[in-house]
Write a new protein. Structure first.
Length: 363
């Protein structure tokens, strides 16, 4: 089953709005402990940026949140996960969207803008990362983890290579050269994809888990999810990795898991997350080398990163209202319809609700 691509680019951050401080974007005063406003009464503009994987879902969220908070405007700049976290830490955004959790160094930096309580993550968007290709006449190809790693490392260079052909009996594969297309920007999708290769492909992948594609691998590149999909779509024989909601008409790889090959779907991605462990900061640890039947192991959990304490009550109220809508059943259903993502579980919703409810004001 292929997920359809819906939605357009989310609202892009206006240049004049970049003066907003990451955790003090509103004009309200407020003291710590002041009760938060009801979601329906909040008013103002919340500015965020980050993961382009969330682009279609974010369009649904920014429109849908107005049903519960009519005077709340959310502007989101899909600049990529790394740039989103950097913008949050630099004071450009009041929240960040990221396909990767903040590392220890980033968490320490966050204390400078969010106060000593720092940040937390809410799993907001769960989606398979599709291994997508452009090969005329071929819609689906089976590959195990080792083969995927060898392709992306540049060791398998033609589509009819024996390692691919023996996993695809009955499929006529041409001798078309393989062109690897990767993200050129710091990308949480790259980090999730290489984490899978690092855990599941064994010695076939020697580049570890990275957010920036290894420069040693000769390949083509493009900015953001839309960029790699567009380049792959215009290049015969190309293969790339991208959030499944945006692969469009590209063919996709069914990934070897145990004794079967699993095509991506929201349900198969959700199974991978349900088996994961939650960290204290709200992020999750995925088992990407699983052999459990029906699990699609190349999955990203995309987060919204918020301050525990904002500099003013208005921004805290705006962040709460938007954060609660995104993780609500309505918000998750809107993302599923728009982007084909998998709704978060009830356990994840309960934990995220508690964290968002506990947002307070510094001082």
């Amino acid at each position: 089953m292929k997920l359809k691509r819906f939605g357009t680019a989310a609202a892009v951050l206006a240049a004049g709005a970049l003066t907003l401080s990451a955790c003090g974007g509103g004009s309200g005063g407020g003291e710590g402990g002041e009760p938060a406003a009801d979601a329906g009464s909040v008013s103002g503009t919340l500015i965020g940026g980050g993961a382009s994987s969330q682009e279609a879902a974010m369009t649904a969220w920014t429109q849908g949140v107005t049903e519960v908070s009519p005077d709340l405007t959310v502007n989101y700049d899909p600049v990529g996960s790394g740039a989103g976290r950097e913008g949050f830490l630099a004071g450009q955004y009041s929240f960040a969207g990221s396909d990767a959790a903040m590392d220890e160094d980033e968490q320490e930096q966050a204390a400078e803008v969010c106060g000593p309580e720092g940040v937390f993550h809410t799993p907001s968007y769960i989606s398979p990362v599709a291994v997508a290709f452009n090969l005329e006449g071929v819609d689906t190809v089976n590959m195990d983890a080792e083969t995927i790693a060898q392709v992306f490392a540049g060791e398998i260079t033609e589509w009819n290579d024996e390692a691919i052909a023996e996993q695809n009996e009955g499929t006529e594969l041409p001798d078309t050269p393989i062109t690897v297309v990767h993200r050129s920007d710091d990308s949480g999708t790259t980090e999730n994809f290489t984490a899978y290769l690092n855990e599941a492909a064994g010695d076939a992948w020697e580049y570890d888990e990275v957010e920036t594609w290894p420069s040693e691998i000769a390949a083509e590149s493009a900015q953001q999810t839309s960029g790699v999909v567009s380049l792959a779509g215009s290049t015969d024989g190309a293969i790339t990795y991208a959030d499944a909601s945006q692969v469009g008409e590209l063919g996709t790889v069914a990934v070897g898991v145990g004794d079967e090959y699993v095509e991506y779907s929201s349900d198969a991605a959700a199974k991978a997350v349900d088996a994961s462990e939650a960290n204290d900061d709200g992020s999750v640890e995925l088992d990407r080398s699983t052999e459990e039947a029906g699990v699609y192991p190349i999955v990203l959990v995309s987060y919204h990163i918020f301050c525990q304490q904002y500099q003013d009550q208005e921004t805290a109220d705006l962040a709460k209202a938007f954060g609660q809508y995104v993780i609500s059943e309505e918000g998750q259903a809107a993302a599923e319809e728009s982007a084909g993502s998998a709704p978060i579980s009830e356990d994840a919703r309960t934990a995220a609700t508690e964290r968002i409810d506990n947002i307070t004001v510094q001082g």
